[in-house]
Ligand binder design. Structure first.
Ligand code: SF4
Ligand code: SF4
Length: 743
């Protein structure tokens, strides 16, 4: 078990730019999987009054904690990034493994695993990375302008006391005004990165917060936190609500009777302790009033995960948190119930079992943002995201919807009903102008609806122009002005009405859809019965993209089969060859793990066809001698680069070794803890040797660890591939020579 150690921004940049130049990838995401937009439609949305190029992004969780998470999410198309939840208790010991995405999706992980200060640096550094990427033009011209509009949404938890604490307050203030951290990070931009030091990085990284509360958090506590955030922290707020609001009986009925997840046991007491639906209905309008009085926006998020009893063997806790396909149905039914009471009064952010197949449904219910997590843990990882947006774009084109607003109204056959309801509300509000409203607004909007490709915003602007005293002389000026104001919100009102009307249609259809049932989701990833070890496996590479942190990586070497001798170091000074063995590595394509980016979540183990877990059995590399010494355990390696050559420290089966190769590679110095031997690398013969104090000759040296270390050192330090284990050796000169840093 190791802890997450953030990687400095210049090293992240060096790795990414070199990797892109050499292999056409960034953090192992191939450029063919970068999201480059969808032709012919505009997917932009507003969230809390700010513009994002599309509504899709990662939910606060394993995909937005570290720089590489956030950059990968962004490259794959995310434009509203809900950063992993931070909280005052930042020294949590989270049980490992903590993610079980075998089929349904369960976890026992919750907030950030870094210290508050580290999280702040990671989030700001990720924003700076993306700004540098844009400025560099590395990815081409399309990665500029409105296509890159991104919202970083803070997520904080979990109690009023914690959120009001000086450290969390300071954290929020630092995200709202990140000048100090940006300046600190600017100073680290040296060598080839110095050219970006003076880039105009946005200093207001975020002024929106999605609030996460504990399961069982009482209503008055939630109200207190939201009020505090809206008033004292001066941020827009989205309150994340729990699926327990739907009620025990209804959740149990959906999970068991409708969807067939008979083994999932919902915890009845969780429903009693969580916020009650009736309390939410009275609390939210009160909070909306507070938000309005402060010029802030309030939204709700559906939903948190569902607490269930732990009926599987992966975790040790008594309860776990369910996500994935069944949560999708439960949460949509909760949204339906909520909207039956609240209509479209609250903007809704959505997260629950989102994937490429249901993203259109979610967008059509006027949810912003629509965020995903469990799906990105499955094979392909972040590369699954572009398909969400491609499917959305394709459906928009099919419907003749140039923008998201057009799409919401046209999607579920509720356009006419939405027009009628908006016009009826307008006519009721302006009875003196009812006939003109009925006639002009209805006919213009229905003409728009009948005309594929026509833009709703233009139709609404045209309607607004109609209601001027010049066009309708019988309208008194004061009434015309009031109508003008109201009509300025016509497009929004229509979209809101359509989103609400679409909800029961889509929810009922989804609830009846067999793809969410247990029968369709019970398959577990295939295991082939073989056991992983340090080298060789079936090289399927599944473990690379399923890791949210890009901690697993491929390295390449020539396959090896070397018959070797061991050595007996004699009192005479001779090194006598004795029977040895065969060092054999069958494949050139090998896998390793960068332990400082691995939190032992267990996800790669679930999807690896072999047994043992890549994060446990494959060579685990550390970024520093300190973390290597602390966490190597039975399997760990650390590469050090210096003018005198490279050194690899290695612990294999719990025993530590060290191998140093000079720049000419002719000789290597191998230290097995008892002896240090000088080896001629051409034939691996011992040239000289010495014993450590307290060790007496004769002493036998097992040469297998020497070959294991040599193989890893040669392959992993090879600059032909850029990854975290060798990035410290990839110099700025290499970048400059390869022309990777421009702009
Ligand atoms: S390497 Fe595996 S266990 Fe480690 S963080 Fe990645 S997915 Fe989780
Ligand atoms: S470690 Fe497992 S998942 Fe990774 S490449 Fe090997 S067999 Fe595939």
């Amino acid at each position: 078990m190791s802890e997450l150690i953030p990687i400095p921004l210049p090293l992240q940049l060096t790795r990414a730019f070199l990797e892109y130049e050499r292999e056409g990838k960034i953090f192992d995401l191939p450029k063919a999987k970068f999201y480059c937009g969808v032709a012919g439609v505009d997917t932009s949305v507003t969230f809390h009054g700010q513009c994002a190029a599309n509504p899709v992004g990662p939910a606060a969780g394993p995909h937005d904690q570290l720089v590489q998470n956030i950059v990968l999410s962004w490259l794959a198309g995310s434009r509203i990034i809900e950063l992993k939840t931070v909280q005052i208790m930042d020294e949590l010991k989270i049980p490992r493994p903590c993610i079980d995405a075998t089929n349904v999706g369960y976890n026992v992980e919750w907030s950030q695993e870094l210290k508050l200060e580290q999280s702040l640096r990671e989030y700001v550094a990720a924003m700076m990375f993306i700004e540098i990427l844009k400025a560099s033009c590395l990815l081409g011209d399309e990665f500029t302008g409105p296509f890159t509009d991104t919202i970083y949404d803070m997520s904080v938890g979990y109690s009023l006391e914690g959120i009001r604490s000086p450290r969390v307050r300071h954290w929020i203030e630092s995200m709202k005004d990140a000048r100090a951290i940006i300046d600190e990070l600017r100073a680290t931009l040296t060598g080839p990165w110095a050219r970006y030091r003076d880039l105009a990085f946005p200093t207001r990284v975020s002024d929106t917060i999605t609030l996460s509360t504990f399961h069982g958090c009482p209503a008055h506590e939630i109200e207190g936190i939201v009020t505090f955030l809206l008033t004292e922290m001066d941020v827009h707020v989205c309150v994340k609500l729990n699926p327990t609001l739907l009620g025990f009986e209804q959740v149990r009925y959906l999970l068991h009777d409708v969807l067939g997840y008979g083994d999932i046991q919902v915890a009845a007491d969780a429903f009693e302790h969580d916020l009650q639906f009736s309390d939410a209905l009275t609390m939210l309008p009160r909070l909306a009033g507070v938000a309005r009085s402060r010029g802030k926006r309030l939204a709700v998020k559906f939903s948190n995960t569902l607490v269930v009893k732990n009926h599987r063997r992966m975790f040790s806790d008594e309860v776990m948190y369910m996500s994935g396909p069944p949560l999708h149905v439960v949460t949509l039914n909760l949204v339906k119930k909520f909207r039956e009471h609240m209509g479209g009064a609250f903007p809704i952010s959505f997260s629950a079992g989102l994937d490429q197949h249901n993203v259109c449904n979610a967008v059509a219910m006027n949810f912003v943002p629509v965020t995903t997590c469990t799906d990105l843990l499955r094979p392909g990882g972040y590369a699954r995201l572009p398909k969400y947006l491609e499917n959305l774009g394709a459906r928009m084109r099919e419907l003749g919807a140039p923008r998201i607003h057009d799409f919401v109204v046209r999607y579920a056959g509720q356009g006419e009903a939405a027009i009628n309801s908006v016009v009826a509300a307008l006519a009721q509000r302006f009875p003196e102008a009812a006939s003109a409203v009925n006639e002009i607004v209805t006919s213009r909007l229905k003409t728009w609806l009948a005309t594929q490709g026509a833009a709703l915003n233009e139709a609404c602007a045209g309607i607004q122009r109609e209601f001027t005293p010049a066009r309708i002389p019988q309208l008194p000026h004061s009434l015309a002005d009031a109508l003008q104001d109201e009509l300025a919100g016509l497009e929004g009102a229509l979209v809101e009405a359509a989103g609400v009307l679409n909800t029961p249609v889509i929810v009922d259809r989804t609830t009846a859809d067999p793809r969410y049932r247990w029968e369709k989701n019970k398959a577990a990833p295939r295991k082939i019965g073989s056991k992983l070890w340090l080298y060789d496996c079936i090289s399927c590479d599944k473990c690379v993209p399923v890791c949210p942190n890009d901690a697993n990586f491929v390295y390449q070497n020539e396959a090896a089969e070397i018959a070797y001798s061991n050595y007996e170091l004699l009192p005479t000074g001779e090194a006598r060859p004795i029977a040895g063995g065969v060092f054999k590595v069958a494949r050139a394509h090998q896998l390793a793990n960068y332990a400082d980016a691995c939190n032992d979540c267990g996800n790669c183990d679930v999807f690896c066809p072999e047994d043992g877990g890549p994060q446990i059995e494959k060579p685990r590399f550390f970024c520093s001698a300190e973390s290597y010494e602390k966490y190597a355990g039975r399997n760990g390696f650390f590469l050090e680069f210096g003018v005198a050559g490279a050194t690899i420290h290695g612990t294999i089966a719990g025993k530590s070794y060290k191998l140093t190769c000079g720049p000419d590679q002719a000789n290597a110095r191998f230290d097995n803890g008892s002896a240090e031997i000088q080896v001629r690398t051409t034939d691996h013969a011992v040239v000289t040797w010495s014993l450590k104090p307290g060790v007496a000759a004769p002493h036998t040296v097992d040469m297998l660890p020497y070959f294991q270390l040599k193989f890893l050192m040669d392959a992993v330090s090879n600059p032909g591939r850029a990854h975290y284990a060798n990035v410290a050796a990839l110099t700025g000169e290499q970048l400059a020579q390869e022309g990777a840093v421009q702009g």
